[in-house]
Write a protein that binds this ligand. Structure first.
Ligand code: DOR
Ligand code: ZN
Ligand code: ZN
Length: 371
């Protein structure tokens, strides 16, 4: 299969090319004389990955399911997600992890990685992306009570939900053992300044669109939304200290939100919001590609990213304005602080491993894979 005349966005710029796809993978990139599907110079973001998604399911399928969350993802151009383990029951032993894997294999509309959680001990098995630890309060009952030093000494990749104190501790231990550390949703100037100073090649840093955009106390999320000085510090480090923008898609019912549940749905707004940042020149398209595609791919999967041998995942976009309306979400969580926002950039076509899975109207389910 030959895709012709695409303008592919990467961290090195926007490059016009044809892409030869074989068995769902990129076989070659260049300029070829053979006939193929003409993309007419459309802008294409390869391998969009949201590294921070809560799909719920199990006992909370009234909030969201793997099926609805991943359908939501694909509908807005996200071809891979990484899922968080604070489900009910939590993904904290090998049996539940396998159950989760089966659920994704059967139900997912996009490719996926699954995180695992520990609160006080570590059982060894393969297959998860990160051990997710919660050092401060949030949804679920997964507060880590064990020995952090011991945990880091195993050298398994760790993703952390924390405030500055826990971040400092984890960074220290990551440096001590050479353990990979992903710092989820930074939210304050203090955190980003600390990370700017101490970050090394084993440490990656994530921010959410809501921590970049929303004023303090305007939404109930964890970590809390920061002040103007915090948001400014975060914007300044996008593409520098900050490697990844991820949504922290956290679906709840309206009733639960009224009672104070933490989090907002985000997997359907992550690409539109970040595209808007690029179209309105708040960040460059090169930085956009790093934050939502290249860096997440580098962090979670050697199959993803843009290059020969990688999965042929492409999101075709258009520079069109539209207005966010959460009533149209595929997520069960039909509210958004971004409702009514006029955004520049829409998703036209989504291609997963060479197959068109969304043409802007219909969504097609193919067999999805663990990344
Ligand atoms: O606001 C949040 N909601 N932050 C988190 O870290 C967890 C999430 C959830 O699972 O509801
Ligand atoms: Zn968190
Ligand atoms: Zn989260």
């Amino acid at each position: 299969m030959l895709f012709k005349n695409l303008n592919v966005v990467t961290s090195r710029g926007i490059k016009n090319c044809d892409i030869l796809v074989e068995n769902g993978k990129i076989k070659d990139i260049g300029s070829f004389s053979a006939k193929g599907i003409d993309f007419n110079g459309s802008i294409v973001i390869p391998s969009v990955i949201d590294m921070h998604v809560h799909c719920r399911d199990f006992n909370q399928d009234y909030k969201e399911t793997v099926e609805t969350a991943t359908k939501a993802a694909i509908s807005k151009g996200v071809t891979g997600i990484v899922e968080m383990p604070n489900t009910s029951p939590p993904v904290n032993n090998e049996d539940i992890f396998e159950e989760r894997r089966t659920l994704f294999k059967e139900k997912s509309y996009c490719d996926y990685g699954i995180n695992f959680s520990v609160t006080d001990h570590l059982t060894f098995f393969d297959g998860y992306k990160f051990i997710k630890i919660f050092l401060t309060e949030t949804t679920g009952k997964l507060l880590f009570k064990g020995d952090l030093d011991k945990l880091f000494s195993h050298k398994k990749p760790i993703a952390v939900h924390s405030d500055i104190n826990g971040i400092k501790e984890c960074v220290k231990l990551s440096i001590k053992y050479g353990t990979k550390l992903h710092v989820c949703h930074v939210s304050t100037k203090e955190e980003i300044e600390f990370l700017k100073e101490y970050k090394n090649e084993n440490i990656t840093v994530e921010v959410t669109p809501h921590h970049l955009l929303l004023p303090k106390n305007s939404e109930n999320v964890k970590p809390d939304l920061g002040e103007k000085k915090d948001r400014e510090a975060l914007w300044k480090e996008l593409g520098k200290t900050i490697d990844v923008i991820a949504s922290d898609h956290a679906p709840h019912t309206e009733e639960e939100k009224k009672k104070g549940a933490y989090g907002i749905p985000g997997v359907e707004t992550i690409l539109p919001l970040t595209l808007d940042f690029a179209f309105r020149k708040k960040i460059s398209f090169e930085t956009l590609a790093s934050l939502i595609s290249e860096n997440p791919a580098k962090i979670v999967s050697d199959k993803k990213g843009f290059g020969i041998g990688k999965d042929a995942d492409f999101t075709v976009i258009e520079e069109k304005e539209w207005i966010v309306d959460s009533k149209n979400f595929y997520s069960k969580s039909k509210f958004s602080p971004f409702d009514g926002m006029k955004l520049k950039g829409t998703v036209k076509t989504v291609i997963l491993r060479g197959e068109i899975v969304c043409d802007g109207e219909t969504i097609k389910k193919i067999n999805c894979k663990d990344m």
